[in-house]
Design a protein around this ligand. Structure first.
Ligand SMILES: [Zn+2]
Length: 325
């Protein structure tokens, strides 16, 4: 009963969100094929959907970080089933973003459709859900999405939310989930697969795009930089700074330490310029006209999707203004 209402509400809002903010051309329409790319250890990434989906595949369980749109789930599962028949146990959501959580309901229902198995009883007892698949996100994901509807109680019956950090031990591996406050939004999580040595970053790293700092949803440029610095504490590079810990971005190719460093440095440099301009008393229009991100335009400036240069500068400006006020 509760669950039914929650899902209806969820998808009504999701559809509305997509309609308002646009998902103009999806990956299938662009002719991309789904494939499962082995990153390292037990961690894979599904490519060819609208956002990267990180998957831990072991003998005991399947764990997702973000989920693809429902139309991709069946094909994704057939790729996964070539490697393991273990039950799906978790889908961790990195942030409130339709491209990253659209498949949550479909994934949750996999427990009912015969993919579940031995995990089911445990989850009913521990998580309170009935499918064997736990949907996991920071509570600010819930707050941002549902608080206006005052429907919080119904959600706790079906999913699990955490307040600071969370950890899971599955497939003989520790999975550490860290909340990154006030970065892309105020509900971002990064997921560290400790023995596989892979970190799934969601949209805290997007190859070839400026960061999407959603100030309205609690994001900020300084929080974004903090999140990347925190990630750099976890990442250990291999010889000659190549390889070592791998990072899975929300979109684009797999990276390692240097990709996170470059992204962090770009953000620090542009933040410092705009901070200085604000301190000099320049207006927003003057700052835009001065093109403070000009040298990064060709690499990140919206040609491959993501925020335009102006949208990005606006978000940096707004979050710095909010800190002054
Ligand atoms: Zn994204």
């Amino acid at each position: 009963m509760y669950k039914h209402n929650f899902l209806n509400l969820y998808f009504t809002k999701l559809v509305l969100f997509c309609f308002l903010f646009g998902t103009s051309v999806n990956a299938a329409e662009m002719g991309l094929e789904l494939s499962l790319f082995h990153v390292k250890g037990q961690v894979y990434v599904l490519t060819g959907a609208d956002a990267n989906v990180t998957v831990q595949i072991g003998d005991e369980a399947i764990v997702f970080v973000d989920t693809p749109a429902p139309e991709y789930v069946e094909e994704m599962m057939s790729l996964i089933r070539e490697i393991s028949n273990a039950p799906v146990r978790y889908a961790i959501t990195t942030a409130l973003d339709p491209l990253h959580l659209a498949g949550n309901e479909t994934i949750e229902n996999l427990g009912f459709r015969g993919f579940g198995g031995r995990g089911v009883g445990v989850d009913v007892a521990i998580g309170g859900n009935t499918t064997g698949v736990t949907l996991l996100a920071h509570e600010n994901v819930l707050n941002r999405f549902y608080l206006a509807e005052n429907d919080v109680e119904s959600l706790t019956l079906t999913t699990t939310y955490f307040t600071t950090d969370f950890d899971i031990y599955l497939n003989d591996e520790g999975i550490a989930i860290y909340h990154m406050p006030n970065a892309h939004t105020d509900g971002d999580s990064i997921v560290f697969f400790r023995s596989s040595d892979v970190i799934s970053l969601g949209d805290l790293l997007v190859q070839g795009q400026f960061p999407d700092i959603d100030v309205e949803a609690g994001g900020s440029v300084n929080g974004f930089i903090d999140a990347l610095n925190y990630t750099l504490e976890l990442v250990i590079p291999g010889p000659n700074a190549e390889g070592g810990t791998y990072v899975v971005p929300g979109h684009g190719r797999i990276g390692d330490e240097i990709d996170v460093v470059e992204y962090r440095n770009m953000l620090v440099i542009i933040r410092d310029r705009i901070q200085y301009q604000i301190e000099q008393g320049m207006s927003f229009d003057q700052i835009i006209a001065s093109e403070p991100a000009l040298d990064y335009d060709t690499e990140y400036g919206g040609a491959r999707g993501g925020p335009s240069t102006t949208e990005f500068i606006t978000s940096v400006f707004q979050s710095l203004q909010e800190e002054v006020e």
